[in-house]
Design a protein around this ligand. Sequence first.
Ligand code: 3H9
Length: 706
Amino acid sequence: MSEVNHYVDYRREGGIAFLSMCHAPVNTLSYELRCAIDHYLDVAEQDQEVKALVLRSELSAFSAGADISEFGTEKSFAEPSLPALCDRIDRFPKWVIAEVAGYALGGGLELALAADKRIATRGSKLGLPEVNLGILPGAGGTQRLPRLIAPSLAARMMCDGKPISSEQALDLGLVNALLASSEHSEAAIHQLLKECEAGTPDNMFEQDYSLSREEETALLEYQAQQARRWTGLKSPQAIIEAVQRGMKSSLEDALALERKLFNDCAASPQARALQHAFFAEKDALKVPGINRDDARLAIQEVAIIGSGLMGCGIAINFLLAGIPTRLLDVNSEALEKARAYIQKTIESGRDKGRISAQICEQAMAALSTASDYEDIANADLVIEAVFEDLTVKQSVFKELNRHCKAEAILASNTSTLDLNAIADVCARPENVIGLHFFSPANIMKLLEVVRTERTSEPVLATCLKLAKKINKVAVTVGVCYGFVGNRMVAPYSREAFRMVLEGASPSQVDSALREFGMAMGPIEMADMAGIDVGCMAALANQHEWQGEESYQALQFALREQGRLGQKTSAGVYRYDGGKKQEDPEVLALAKEIAQSQGIEQRNISKEEIIQRCIFSLANEGFRILEEGIALRSGDIDVIYLNGYGFPRWRGGPMQYADETGLQNVLQGLENLQKNLGAYGERWFAAAPLLKELAQANRSAKSFSNV
Ligand code: 3H9
């Protein structure tokens, strides 16, 4: 007997019913799939011949859990709800075995946890990643997992949100048997059922559990260790509470507690922000007219021009992905240094257990160097990472045009320059694209993919596909000064430096923004990037930024004194023995500049610091959106989350503006414009798009250039 509906394939073989989920692509437990499972549970329950039921998947994933796009909609609560379905499986009067192959995440794993036994194929991934969405496992996971494995380990798994392998799951006791592949499942199922035959199906509702003193201590110690990392975060704390209190109650009461904690988290701005970030990253890959699967160009060999830190960092990405990469530099000594640096970095990854010895060896074997453009004639992709100067870059592109094969993609890593002007020097501008990596390029996840007016669709599609291969989060942007990320950072950093002239100390500015959640404050970031680099960028963008103008004056004065930031052990801060310290000399210098420019110094509140910096950031974001440089507000958020240390739990600057309310952001900007004199008048004019959306009571998210 076999029955198929859209979502489930059901068949009975002898006494065993097989219920296979087939809701492509990843069996999200949508309302429709839940109904289908529930229906076939009825069928299996009523069929006297059925002694046991196997829950499995027809697809390469077991299940990616609850359908996140249903959250907040009626469907999400509609019966059979996911918690009710899991409870039903737990109480099911016949044996239930979950056969996991591929991903079993969130609600997907919770279904499996409610079964009597679990088997998993090698290479499967099991996890409860709800914490990454600002919620906690809400279909029994916070209670069934700690009843199955050590509660402190269960809590760690849920608070980390990272899936574990099926091999680890076996060691922990989370699965009962491991299969070489799903083809071998029949024998394992029969073996498990044989072991079960003596008893009756397990029902966690009817069993007693407790939390031992050792486990409770381990749980609380873990919570204390993570206190700093979890500052401001709601869901990890809720998970600990759910485990600690839940394990001291009946499953019935524990599930009620889980529900309450889940609802609290789900209604929080953090949950909205994290779920926004999840979908924004997926959407960023969707560029109208571009199908990544149509990427026609195979990238089998990459060349990088320039062997500085950036060039090396970029090369490491390709080497680790197993793509032969050639580093070109006219200076052979620099090439030797670069090779040694790359080797050290890759080997350190191996020593820290991040990559295997085999990958390390393959990566080093894939590296080669060259000092002549003729040696890169066969490269499919060339990325230029030389000094940030238009003339220098144009001369490199002229060489590339001369030596590279016709179909090669010619990419620039420029962070600010006009890519159209770079493409102009090539006879094949349709092959030119920007691939803007962020430093350190082997670590930072972000890749701004800059499309010129003439970049061809296959070139863009190929780069987007490649980004996934080298494990980057790619966002397609248009050409303008600084593209999206660096263009927005300019007003953000302008406010930070201006407030130092107005009387805030650098550490006050940095701490306020760190407290807001930024990974780093804007002033310490400027010291890290180099004060000279900031001045150079300001000069390059002359039409907006004039070196002598108020807020920039401090940076130029520091540069004059040779205080270039961390690299000279002094910038805005002093770095005696590597330790960052506020420097009274810089405070005095700021005061002097303020006096000479007629800026009155005063106390500046934390709220003002955050508002001026973050509202300026978002305001520039609205301009970028309006100009069509970014396709959607979510793309801007993805850039800030992955390249600029914006707190993920705030969802990005545009999501923050939406959450604050665009009318409030507009009002805030108007107040600043009014209250900060001529300076405010000049810099706090709201972007027309922000005004328009706020007045129409719309969100940034509701606007799209797609
Ligand atoms: C939960 O379970 C709550 C419960 O505890 C309690 C409830 C009461 N929902 O990533 P991909 C889409 S919370 C909706 O490109 P991959 C995704 O957007 C859930 N959609 O594939 C994409 O759509 P599109 C906890 C989802 O192979 C398409 O599926 N679970 C969901 O690179 C393909 O995805 C998670 O947090 C979802 N749950 O990676 C797991 N999952 O094509 C989240 C995927 O339109 N998911 N989509 O862009 C993942 O981590 C990855 O998708 C996965 C596959 C690793 C599974």
